[in-house]
Design a protein around this ligand. Structure first.
Ligand SMILES: [Fe+2]
Ligand SMILES: [Fe+2]
Length: 232
């Protein structure tokens, strides 16, 4: 079993555990044939999932920065920004910039959208660098002015990135997928997997997922059920 298929196997086992509830159910329900492969655009969209969860951490951190009595531990934001830098900017956006955008532009498609997306990647990197600078030092984010400035940057980042990722999911990635036939698209998916392993290590996605879960937990936004509106 290669690394990519072992990763998929791991993920399907996690899903089955979630549905079945016990390890024995999961084993019994494991299909005999190999699970369906994660394709290239599904991979990118799943990465958006990690990024969106980081945006949730940013939302909560910005909210806390806005209330002087709330704890806003600088190291939590530093870790979240480093995750965004490593996974979002250094890996996901890099894949878009090297594998996705140039192919669309070459095919004469989505040129204006690609230009905006590139400018937003650059703007996001500037904000991330600035937020990381704000979290360094012993008294980081304890004074009203830096708290307000960082809250503003967090809001600018999330306000930009949600529509950015949504436009990629709904317009850019479907256009990108249409450039390929089945065989080419499958090969591209394998290439994306290799790139992921090269840039992030063998468990890049799983490690990023664990890290964002820890960050959610650190700020108390990890319980999905708490986002369901009460009927009362
Ligand atoms: Fe992007
Ligand atoms: Fe993206």
């Amino acid at each position: 079993m290669n690394e990519a298929s072992s990763r998929r196997g791991f993920l399907s086992a996690v899903v089955l555990l979630g549905v079945g509830g016990t390890a024995s159910n999961a084993v019994a329900a494991t299909p005999k044939s190999k699970p369906a492969e994660v394709n290239a655009t599904e991979d990118l969209m799943r990465e958006h999932g990690i990024i969106r969860r980081t945006l949730l951490v940013y939302d909560e951190f910005a909210r806390r920065l806005g209330s002087p009595e709330e704890k806003a531990p600088a190291e939590v934001l530093a870790q979240a920004a480093r995750l965004m830098q490593r996974f979002g900017e250094g890996y996901h956006e890099k894949t878009e910039e090297t594998e996705v955008f140039p192919r669309l532009v070459k095919a004469g498609q989505q040129k204006e959208l690609v230009q905006v997306l590139l400018e937003q990647h650059a703007a996001g990197r500037r904000l991330t660098a600035s937020m990381l600078a704000a979290t360094s030092g012993r008294d980081a984010l304890t004074q009203p002015q830096p708290r307000a400035a960082t809250a503003r940057q967090l809001t600018q980042f999330t306000r930009m990135y949600r529509p950015h990722a949504a436009r990629e999911d709904t317009v850019l990635f479907p256009a990108f997928r249409n450039l390929f036939d089945e065989k080419q698209f499958k090969e591209l998916g394998e290439r994306f997997e290799e790139q992921e392993h090269r840039l992030l290590g063998n468990d890049g996605f799983e490690n990023a997922l664990k890290e964002v879960e820890q960050l959610e937990r650190a700020l108390g936004v990890h319980d999905l059920a708490r986002f369901t509106p009460s009927e009362k």
